[in-house]
Every structure is written in C-alpha cells, then in structure tokens.
Design a protein around this ligand. Sequence first.
Ligand SMILES: *[C@@H]1O[C@H](CO)[C@@H](O)[C@H](O)[C@H]1NC(C)=O
Ligand SMILES: *[C@@H]1O[C@H](CO)[C@@H](O)[C@H](O)[C@H]1NC(C)=O
Ligand SMILES: *[C@@H]1O[C@H](CO)[C@@H](O)[C@H](O)[C@H]1NC(C)=O
Ligand SMILES: *[C@@H]1O[C@H](CO)[C@@H](O)[C@H](O)[C@H]1NC(C)=O
Length: 388
Amino acid sequence: MLAIFFLCLIVLSAVTASIPEDGRLNFTQLAWKYGHRSEEFDVTTEDGYILKLFHITGNEPTKPVFLMHGILDSADTYLLRGKKSIAVNLAEAGYDVWVGNVRGNKYSRRHVKLNPDKNKKKFWNFSLNEMGMYDLPASIDFILNKTGQKKLAAIGHSQGTSSFYVLGSTRPEYNKKISVFISLAPIAYLNDVGPVVAGMMKMWPLISGFFERLGYEGVLEDHSAANQLMQFICSQKELGYDVCGKLGLGAIAGEDSEELEREFFDVVLGHYPAGTSRKAFAHFTQIHNNARFAPYDYGIVKNLFVYKSAAPPAYNLSKATMPIVLLAATNDMLSGIRDVQRLKRELPNVVHYHVMERKEFNHVDYIWGKNIDVYMTPLLRDLLRKFA
Ligand SMILES: *[C@@H]1O[C@H](CO)[C@@H](O)[C@H](O)[C@H]1NC(C)=O
Ligand SMILES: *[C@@H]1O[C@H](CO)[C@@H](O)[C@H](O)[C@H]1NC(C)=O
Ligand SMILES: *[C@@H]1O[C@H](CO)[C@@H](O)[C@H](O)[C@H]1NC(C)=O
Ligand SMILES: *[C@@H]1O[C@H](CO)[C@@H](O)[C@H](O)[C@H]1NC(C)=O
C-alpha cells in the first residue's frame, strides 16, 4: 500500500516537478550564461580543507571584492538573479569579483587527508569558528596574492557576516587587509529571532540526535536523501511553493513572497541547501541559547581541556577593527534589529548602519529579491565607492 503511494508520488513528481535550467547550472555555467567568464581555483586552508574559489574575469585586478555566502549556501547564490545579481552587477561596474565557498558545502567537500564520506567524525568537525579562522584567511590571502593588492573589500550574507566577525576577533592581523566589510543581514547574536526559528533551536537536540543515529555528520548536503525529499516536496506545482516558499521560508526568513516569485523559488531549490556540518548548526543553537557570541561549547569538562575555562571565552568583537557596514531589515526573522543594534554597540568601527526601507524586506531579499537591482546593487555600489 505504502509502496504504491510512494510510486504515485514519484510519478506525479516527474510530471509536475520542474527545476528550471538556472537551477541546474553551476557557478561557472551561470556566469557564462549571464555574459561573464569565470575561473575556478582550489584554495587549501592551514588545516587542510580544499575550498573552491571563483573569480569573474575581465576587470582590472585593482578593486577586488570578495563575496561570502550564508549557512547551507554556496557561491551560486550571488548569481541566481542572473543579470540583476550582485556578482554580475559588480563585475559590470568594474569590480574584480571573487566568490568564496566555506568548508563542507557542495564545492568544498575536500581535504588533503580526510574523506568527507569515510572520515566523517573528523572531516565534519567544524563550525563557524573554523570558517572564520581558516577559510576566510586562506581565501583572502589567495585573492591578495593573485591581484597583488594589499586590501580587498568584502560582502557577506548572514553566516557570511558571522565568519568575518570571528576572523576580525581571532586573527586581528586580517583587519588591515579589509578596506570595508559590508554585512548583509548581520549575525553575531541570535536572540531577536522569529518564533519558528526559536522553536527549531529548542528542538535541535532531537533533530541532531536523529541525524547522528543515521550517521550524518554533514547535513542537508547537495543530492542527499533529505535534500531530494525537500526538493521533491517543494517543487510540486500545486502546493510546493505555498508550503515551502511562502510558509516555510516565510516563517524562517520573514514572509516576503512578492520578492520571491514561484519561478525563481524553483531556481533556488536547485542550489539550496548545499550542505554544512551538524556541528555548525549546533554552534548556532548555542549562540542562541547562551546569548553569547562565543566558540563551540563542548561542555565543562572538555571546555577546560580545549579553552582552559569552563565556558568558551566570548569572541572579543572590539578586536574586529575593520571598517564595517551593517545593513539590517525589520522583517528579518533571523537577523533581528535588536541583535544587530547590540552588535553595532560592540563593534569598534561601524562606518555605516542602515535599515532597509521596505518594511517587508526579509533575510534573503538581499541576495534573492526580485528587485535586487532597485534596492540592493545600487546601494552596494554606493557603499563600495564611498568606503572601499
Ligand atoms: C561546472 O560545469 C562545467 C561544465 O560542465 C565544468 O567544466 C566545471 O568543472 C564545473 N565546475 C564545478 C566547480 O563544478
Ligand atoms: C574536534 O575538534 C576538537 C577541537 O579542535 C577536538 O578537541 C576534538 O577532539 C575533535 N574531534 C574529532 C572527532 O576529531
Ligand atoms: C604570491 O605567492 C607566491 C608563492 O608563494 C609568491 O612567490 C609571490 O611573490 C606572491 N605574490 C604576491 C603579489 O604577493
Ligand atoms: C578585548 O580586546 C581589547 C582590545 O584588544 C582589549 O583591550 C580587551 O582587554 C579584550 N577583552 C578581553 C575580555 O579579553
């Protein structure tokens, strides 16, 4: 009976589900489709992870801009809006655009020694902390070396902002390599979040235990069973968009379906989620539960061993002296205004703070919004002109 039901679902999905072309192209193919050549580089971190770094070629290397994606995302995110997207727009404005990927996502599932499928416990033993301490320095040094510049401008979204705050606090020598860091949906604190996000954080031990039992250390990976199921449900013609795009994403990121139309949501499904570690999720739930921006909490006994203190020492944000722009939004259910204001008070060098005018503006409009060319890319170009 159940088998027949699933068979029907599969047949139904084959007929009705549709991932459009842009949902199936990789970074280089998308760049090409929208008029740009892209180079692919492998960057190795101090701790052996091999990251994919993309470069859109054609511009003078004098004005490098480095883009960093959010949680479970990849470099693709900066191209998904095609001609309107941030990467294409900045390249057309003359900037030398570099787009990174953090360890564990679909482009960066590699390590000099460890195999993500065989050495699971070791490979996936990372969180935001390692992204900030190792992935960003390796990518930044690579770009500066290739361009022969002393500084670059950077733009990050969500977790992509958190990793830069970790970088500035833990490796202060990198502050002087960054002319300006533009934070889209800044996250250091995770307390002013929507009720669904708060609920998911509470349920995390349960979800995590479930993944652990299944032997998943990497979660929501590209082509994983969980992803296929989600894609299957969310790309259904009739209800997929309403259930996943409006309700689901709306509850997590803030509802703004006007900016995330059905056709585009299907493109997003082809690229997102792109995988991260269970530990990276756990780390964010700790940041929420403890109301502290601090490294991973192993529990008292192991903390004493790892940090020489019962609790991990909070990241010292006053060491993150790079010039920082904070862009926030009132309908963002992940990066709440109160959290951003707390961050603003603790960062020593915020050069600009701006709350997006549109009151429906949510967590993903910065990168995926339909009118990104009206409210985002002109703003980014202004900010780069002024501060980079
Ligand atoms: C993207 O696709 C092109 C064409 O199939 C391929 O040559 C390239 O290696 C792919 N890049 C990545 C990073 O997957
Ligand atoms: C994970 O990393 C922590 C901190 O570096 C270390 O103490 C721990 O032993 C590692 N766990 C595994 C399974 O490698
Ligand atoms: C880049 O790195 C290479 C190899 O380490 C080094 O020889 C070269 O001088 C560096 N270039 C710049 C501009 O720093
Ligand atoms: C944080 O960093 C600042 C600037 O380097 C320093 O003065 C301060 O003592 C540090 N705070 C802690 C708690 O380590």
